[in-house]
Design a protein around this ligand. Structure first.
Ligand SMILES: Nc1ncnc2c1ncn2[C@@H]1O[C@H](COP(=O)(O)OP(=O)(O)O)[C@@H](O)[C@H]1O
Ligand SMILES: Cc1cn([C@H]2C[C@H](O)[C@@H](COP(=O)(O)O)O2)c(=O)[nH]c1=O
Ligand SMILES: [Zn+2]
Length: 199
């Protein structure tokens, strides 16, 4: 399997397509989104990156990875706003897609049908291991899905789960290492069992 997209024909041909980068927290989704967007810029393509306005974790404006890679973005409240900014654009990037409304699915389809390359990064599962926001449908309509993995902080295996380490049952809780840790399935199941014992 080719993990990172270096298919130069797909990268530069002006044909609409939808690419999804998904995985747990700390798996490198944002880094991979930034990498693809920067390569598109080098190819002289017109790019625009969006993120949900609620995601003010590292910056109000920029998309920033846990390793401090960053790229300028447009924060928006609703997926419909994307269509207002993309009339002269070749490549659209969307970070933290799990926080957007379900309208994002139709917006991405419209963009791709109009010849735009759409690259979406987001959490596939929430802290309970349930599919998060519009991500399952986005994976379904994507031309290409890349599932990336963090390293389990307990055992060093590949991690697919984001374990919440603080007591809060709301689905949306912004955070980083103080609130979440990436775990493999085995360590995640053990940690969730221990969480239940504490209640
Ligand atoms: N347990 C971990 N496994 C992998 N990367 C980690 C871990 N903890 C911190 N990181 C850092 O997170 C970076 C990935 O950050 P980022 O692209 O923002 O991830 P995501 O968007 O998937 O949360 C890695 O390059 C690494 O420096
Ligand atoms: C698992 C989980 C995460 N979140 C929040 C925590 C972070 O602010 C983002 C994920 O960012 P990343 O770039 O993927 O590291 O989402 C949440 O609100 N609810 C959850 O269940
Ligand atoms: Zn583990």
């Amino acid at each position: 399997m080719v993990l990172f997209s270096e298919d130069h024909i797909q990268e530069t041909r002006r044909r609409g397509r939808i690419e999804v980068i998904c995985g747990s927290m700390f798996s490198g989704k944002t880094e991979e989104l930034i990498r693809r967007m920067k390569r598109a810029k080098f190819a002289k393509q017109r790019v625009e990156i969006f993120k949900p306005a609620i995601d003010t974790r590292y910056s109000e404006e920029d998309v920033v990875s846990h390793d401090s890679h960053s790229i300028a973005s447009t924060p928006i409240d609703s997926s419909a706003s994307i269509l207002l900014f993309t009339s002269e654009i070749d490549v659209v990037g969307i970070d933290e897609a799990q926080f957007f409304d379900s309208g994002l699915i139709d917006v991405c389809n419209q963009l791709a049908n109009n010849g735009i390359r759409v690259i979406i990064a987001g959490l596939d599962m929430d802290f309970k291991g349930n599919p998060f926001g519009p991500m399952p449908q986005l994976c379904a309509i994507a031309d290409e899905v890349s599932k990336v993995h963090a390293i389990c902080v307990k055992c060093g295996q590949l991690a697919s789960f984001s374990h919440r380490t603080v007591k809060n049952e709301k689905q949306v809780l912004l955070g980083e290492t103080a609130e979440y840790e990436p775990l493999c399935r085995e360590c995640y199941l053990r940690a969730r069992g221990e969480d239940e014992q504490k209640v």
